[in-house]
Design a protein around this ligand. Sequence first.
Ligand SMILES: Cc1ncc(C[n+]2csc(CCOP(=O)(O)OP(=O)(O)O)c2C)c(N)n1
Length: 333
Amino acid sequence: MTTPNDALAWMYRTMATSRRFEERIRDIYLEGKTPRFNMADGPIPGEMHLSNGQEPCAVGVCAHLGPEDFVTATHRPHHVAIAKGVDLNSMAAEIFGKATGLSGGRGGHMHLFDPAVNFCCSGIIAQGMGPAVGAALAFRMRREPHVAVAYVGEAAVNQGAWHEAMNLAAVWKLPFICIVEDNGWGISVPKSGSTAVPDNAVRAAAYGMPGVRVADNDPITVFDAAGDAVRRARSGQGPTLIEVETFRLEGHFMGDAEAYRPSGEKEAQASRDPLPRLKEHILREQILSAEELAEIDEGARSLVEDAIGFARASELPAPESALTSVYVERVAA
Ligand SMILES: Cc1ncc(C[n+]2csc(CCOP(=O)(O)OP(=O)(O)O)c2C)c(N)n1
């Protein structure tokens, strides 16, 4: 299958934006956290899970989706949020805990909610399965031609919620797609330590849906596999499981010493970085010129700088708003 040129250009621009965003967040996250690493310090407090390297999983799927389609992502959500079209300024502000953030600064980087583009994510692994299958059921009941997608990591597929949602999606033949981002590690546990079968796509048969393994961290291969699944879902043929063999170029979280990684693994993965690979493909096939690609890179940089400037300049939530949107039990005096 040939990937249309406009889709390739969009995937490159989106990957470049996500990469730049993550690189800037990585640097800013360490402000105020050196020499003593305390997660509560600095302009970005709390845990931070970066997705550098995993961008093909985001763009290859989201290239087929519109704002009406529903996506749930994981605790490692930035690449998917950007590909789904979440507003970068509000997303950056949320990560900085600012009042102008998507959730008024109360959610942080693992809890980004944007109803404008039907995107959400959660720090609880496999938590997005139920909401995504629920959205798929709603689309079916309203006779709307939309698709719901849940992203999970390869370690999260052993959560009870995953099995229950997979089963219902297949029994009801819902317009649902599960994307398993197999980066090989669940924190420091290798895939073989959490799952007995090396290929999660074979588990799809147990639910009665097609399972596909994309064995290359490549946006074009993901785009092809996701295109088939989205067409199946939109035409009423039911759900699909897609597992993508990807990798994270960073630790599990910022501050991870990564002592569990076999020597040479990170270097080998860096040499297969999907972003320069896509750039080379675009140049080789003469889809865009070097100048056009440089312009896209520059555009990504300025978009990210604007978002970070907006986040830095925004106010923290007012102290008196601490209980807004929080369930408070009123005790009778
Ligand atoms: C229900 C639940 N149990 C445990 C955790 C702690 N936890 C956070 S990330 C993680 C591993 C996730 O691995 P994987 O699903 O492969 O995603 P990755 O981090 O590799 O992207 C765990 C166990 C959690 N967030 N939620």
